[in-house]
Design a protein around this ligand. Structure first.
Ligand SMILES: Cc1cc2nc3c(=O)[nH]c(=O)nc-3n(C[C@H](O)[C@H](O)[C@H](O)COP(=O)(O)OP(=O)(O)OC[C@H]3O[C@@H](n4cnc5c(N)ncnc54)[C@H](O)[C@@H]3O)c2cc1C
Length: 1014
């Protein structure tokens, strides 16, 4: 560490700095010498396991998965079974000794229990390496040892995700526990100057790191203000306590979706009068985020205005894989750098910004990367900042030789030390193992791959992508039918981004101001008024009129079918490309009006904003997908490979299609059915669902604007028993596409079975109900099981045919699962859908509410009530049709509430003695629409794939939210007939195939044959 500036007088600052960084890094490496971090060192069995894992990606995945499931394995037998399932799979090459124990000695090998015991010991040993104690009391000894070694600490409370208010309160109590127990103990510790004193004065000995998500189970960027307020409310007493006992608090940074929220909580709280002068608070900046320099500069500016300095911990970021996978799944811009060297370069850049701002910021550099840390240290020296003007932080159990090198340099070093139970702390262990074994991990490169020091100390070379800012989604223009490109799902709105929250709020206001408009029928391209009206109202405020529609009857049905019939020949003969172009233009209009359409759903269907946005997105997906599918079907299919004949295979539209749509996915399903009919050349009569006609009217106008000729789409709101019945029975209707209840679906099938006056059999596509089950296996990740069951059962108040209404839990997991499920459900906000905090909105009509309530009464007779959400004191707001979530336990699999579709927020919990029985119960139903399995047993997952016979089986996720193309949707048995919506066979139902064969042999002469089979 040169402190001689003379020799650099004639070179630029950057070059001199780089030289100093490398000198510092080499000096650190010299101090590290041949030391290896314990976990990666050669002598231990654990290190061997790590070496095996790092030698083979597949083995590493299985090892991490095994560590992840390990806490739920209650017996040696369970451990042995999972060992076999994970490591004896095809394609997994376990180390020879384990392979022998697993296979050569047979499935009942006496060696398996021995292997299980050894592995149990090793995993707990590994966990102990990273975790300092069960609670504050147990941690004291370890913390004292750290100080003996010359290090400070920041404590982190380990645990599972907080899925309920009671779990969040328990977390808060654990922070209080730390702040109760430790300061008194710490006061008696002998002083340790390097750790206790900074350039600006003495530092608290007790330092605690907090995750904001642990404090509020309903935290959600969409409900930004509500979440900020709830987290602040939980944090305020913790801050008060820390201030009173002289402890330091740091807010960790978690996933990107909580970033802005965490910064807002931190700055707003410290701006409150009582904390304005509280100096012992810190926050994190993640250098892997593309826009983290903006985060840092905003924080620095805020701190200067705020007047009291704060600590900033610079990290690279712990959620790289998660952020990348999530953004790619959702079609969002990826917020993190794609290239490791960009993150490293950014880390060094931000370290310099921090060190240039020490008037406002107390810098902490958290990393195990010698080059990154050397950059921070050398920059500090270069800027004349003393060694006690910043600190280095590392994780407990990681990079120990690097820690001792820093201690030897007399730089303050703080360990991030998790406290908590070993078993729930396993998720933390998995993250650490992932980090240690990642190909690009500095620790791995240094201590395992033995990369050359010259390479390790070299400056990170940023990629060409380094300067690219965090992007916004590009505006997508209408798809060109001549080159439509691959289908991609419309990305959901990312409400972690402020502009999306603002757009949604503005759209709500705009649409609210326009409610109450009049909507005529549309027949043969003409607006038709009937004198009779249908009034559409808001389920959350029945007095609020969303729109008034003319109501059609049998006469209008007759006219609409006649108009569709008249328009049919011309539309049938329109080239497929032009028909597809209409859908693509419709999609473009919807993308333009997305926020307003979603707002309209919120008012008319009572959909909370996130689900409304998803429904409009799905409508766009149907237009884009079916447009492409129609182009595919229209491609010529010729079979001319036999001489003397040509054969042409093509599809012909069926004729006039009646579309009978449901109200629960008011835009998506209607758009899907109508556009499938249209794009294949049928003409359409749309009869919207009773509660959501305004949205249907809007769709018809969009199709009109997109260029559908008059008469091709006709709009006929009306009562089911008049207009609906007239359409179903009309002899000139060729096809009925229906989505709705089993009762009406079967009625339609019966009515169309006999068709006097018709020469053709009417074709019916009927998507009906479900009584969907999620199986929770004995080894399930209960965080996933609880959260996914809650959202599948109670999202949109359970009003989805895909909703989970039975959860079948394997006995060994029952008690813990039910306890957490009930608390998590109790924490859901029931309220109006335009309130961003709402998770459970009102049900669609008062009749629906009455029906659900009668099932609840039935449940009380048949089973035990685990949760009955009461109306709030003073009743539900604005006369909305609310039903709070209800959970019944000990339900008999044959009980009415376990067999009949309820279509509301009512969940039956059924216990099963083992997985096989759970599977039987799940399939003991008239329906087969969706099903779910939460399990970490590869064998049970494989069995469910084979034997859990439902239309859509979801493994380790919820049962709702199917995506077009990826999860084509639809069931069988009483759940419906027809092939899956959003899938490759769907359009075939709207056409009939034809083959034209021509004999080309004339007088013994034929053109040459050629093989043009597709
Ligand atoms: C004391 C302490 C506190 C921490 N607190 C937090 C916290 O509050 N929040 C948080 O998110 N993390 C936190 N971390 C974890 C930290 O963000 C890193 O995950 C971890 O330190 C590994 O980074 P490294 O510099 O030590 O190692 P390195 O091996 O140099 O870097 C690994 C890191 O590089 C990044 N990376 C990996 N691959 C790529 C790629 N292809 N493209 C771009 N970047 C890539 C990732 O961030 C990865 O973690 C903390 C770490 C420590 C030591």
């Amino acid at each position: 560490m040169s402190d001689e500036p003379d020799h650099i007088a004639d070179v630029s600052f950057d070059e001199a700095l780089e030289e100093q960084i490398q000198t510092t890094a080499r000096r650190l490496f010299a101090l590290i010498r041949d030391d290896k971090p314990a976990l990666l060192s050669q002598e231990r069995l654990q290190a061997e396991v790590m070496d095996w894992a790092m030698s083979d990606e597949r083995l590493k995945v299985e090892m991490l998965r095994f560590v992840d499931v390990f806490p739920t394995l209650r017996s040696g037998g369970d451990i042995a079974r999972h060992l076999r399932e994970y490591f004896a799979q095809e394609g997994v090459a376990p180390p020879p000794a384990l392979r022998w124990a697993l296979t050569a000695a047979g499935p009942h090998s006496p060696l398996l229990p021995i292997a299980a015991t050894t592995i149990r010991r090793q995993i707990l040993g590994m966990a102990r390496r990273f975790i300092v104690g069960r609670d504050a009391g147990a941690a004291v000894h370890a913390l004292e040892r750290l100080r003996d070694e010359g290090m400070g600490f920041t404590l982190d409370v380990l645990g599972e995700a907080s899925v309920s208010a009671s779990e969040a309160t328990a977390y808060q109590e654990r922070y209080f526990d730390l702040l109760d127990v430790l300061p008194a103990q710490a006061a008696a510790w002998p002083p340790l100057r390097v750790v206790d004193d900074a350039a600006w004065g003495p530092l608290p000995r007790v330092n605690v790191s907090i995750k904001v998500t642990s404090l509020y189970s309903q935290i959600d960027a969409l409900d930004y203000d509500g979440s900020v307020s709830a987290v602040k409310q939980a944090l305020r007493p913790v801050f008060r306590k820390a201030r009173d006992v002289g402890a330091f608090l740091n807010l960790d940074l978690e996933q990107f979706r909580f970033r802005d929220l965490t910064y807002t909580v931190f700055t707003q709280l410290l701006d409150e009068d009582e904390f304005r002068e509280f100096e012992d608070a810190g926050i994190v900046v993640q250098a892997y985020l593309r826009d983290s320099e903006r985060d840092l500069r905003t924080l620095i500016d805020w701190t200067r205005a705020h007047g009291t300095p704060i600590a900033i911990r610079l990290v690279k970021g712990a959620y790289w894989d998660y952020e990348t996978v999530l953004a790619r799944q959702e079609g969002w811009p990826i917020p993190v750098y794609a290239d490791k060297s960009d993150t490293d370069a950014n880390y060094e850049r931000l370290a310099r910004v921090m060190l240039e701002s020490t008037d406002a910021v107390r810098p902490a550099f958290a990393s195990h990367n010698v080059r990154s840390l050397a950059a921070a240290v050398a920059t500090a020296q270069h800027l004349g900042i003393p060694t006690d003007g910043f600190e280095i932080q590392m994780l407990h159990g990681m990079g120990d030789p690097i820690k001792s090198a820093f201690s030897q340099l007399g730089i303050r070093l703080r360990e991030y030390t998790p406290v908590g139970e070993l078993i729930p702390g396993m998720a933390y262990l998995v993250r650490r193992l992932l980090e240690n074994t990642a190909n690009e991990s500095f620790l791995r490169r240094t201590f395992v791959d033995n990369v050359d020091v010259d390479q390790l100390v070299a400056a990170p070379a940023p990629s060409s992508d380094f300067a690219t800012p965090d992007e916004r989604l590009p505006r997508v223009r209408a798809t060109d039918p001549d080159s439509p490109g691959r289908f991609r799902n419309q990305p959901h709105a990312d409400f972690a981004r402020e502009e999306n929250r603002r757009t949604a709020a503005a759209a709500l206001e705009l649409v609210r101001a326009r409610l109450g408009g009049r909507h005529p029928l549309m027949i043969g391209g003409k607006k038709v008024s009937t004198g009779e009206t249908i009034v559409s109202t808001n389920p959350a405020r029945p007095a609020e009129i969303v729109g008034v529609l003319d109501c059609g009857g049998a006469a209008e049905a007759e006219a609409a079918v006649a108009a569709a019939r008249a328009a049919f020949p011309a539309w049938r003969d329109v080239p497929a490309q032009e028909r597809a172009a209409v859908l693509f233009r419709g999609a473009e209009i919807m993308r333009r009006e997305l926020a307003e359409l979603a707002a309209l759903e919120t008012f008319e269907a009572g959909k909370p904003l996130r689900e409304a946005d998803a429904d409009v997105g799905e409508a766009i997906d149907f237009l884009e997908y079916y447009g492409r599918e129609a182009l595919r079907l229209a491609q010529p299919r010729r079979f001319d490979h036999v001489p003397g004949e040509t054969n042409e295979y093509s599809y012909e539209p069926r004729g006039v299609a009646v579309v009978l749509a449901p109200w629960n996915f008011p835009l998506a399903i209607l758009t899907g059915m109508a556009s499938a009919a249209l794009v294949t050349g049928n003409t359409v009569v749309v009869k919207p669902a009773g509660p959501t006609p305004v949205l249907a009217a809007r769709l018809v106008r969009i199709l009109d604007e997109a260029g559908v000729p008059p008469g091709t789409v006709n709009f006929l709101p009306g009562r089911g028993d008049a207009a609906g019945e007239a359409l179903v029975c009309h002899p000139d209707v060729d096809l009925i596409a229906f989505t709705g209840s089993k009762e009406i679906g079967l009625h339609i099938i019966r009515r169309t079975a006999s068709h006097p006056g018709r020469a053709w059999v009417k074709h019916v596509i009927a998507e009906m109900g479900g009584k969907n089950a999620i199986i929770v296996d004995g080894d399930a990740d209960l965080d996933v099981a609880v959260l996914e069951t809650v959202s599948s059962a109670f999202g949109y108040a359970g009003q989805k045919c895909s909703a989970c209404s039975r959860v079948i839990v394997v006995e060994s997991a029952r008690d813990e699962f039910v306890a957490r499920l009930v608390e998590a459900t109790r924490s859901l906000v029931v309220g109006p859908p335009d309130d961003p905090a709402t998770r459970v909105p009102p049900v669609i009509t008062s009749a629906a509410r009455d029906s659900i309530e009668s099932y609840i009464e039935q449940g009380r007779r048949e089973a035990a009530v685990a949760l009955a959400t009461p109306a709030p004191p003073g009743g539900w707001p604005d006369g909305g049709h609310y039903v709070g979530p209800h959970i019944f336990v000990d339900v008999d699999p044959r009980a009415v509430i376990a067999q009949e579709e309820i279509f509301g927020p009512v969940l039956a919990v059924i216990a099963a003695r083992d997985f096989g029985r759970a599977l039987d119960i799940a399939q003991d139903s008239d329906y087969a629409l969706t099903g779910g399995l939460i399990s970490r047993s590869p064998a049970n997952i494989a069995r469910a794939r084979r034997e859990f016979r439902v239309g859509n089986l979801y493994i380790n996720r919820g049962t709702t939210g199917a995506m077009v193309e990826r999860q084509a949707f639809g069931g069988f048995k009483m759940s419906g007939l027809g092939s899956k919506a959003g899938g490759p066979d769907y359009l075939l139902q709207f056409v009939t195939p034809r083959v034209v064969t021509e004999n080309t042999l004339r007088r013994g002469f034929a053109p040459p044959a050629h093989d043009n089979r597709p």
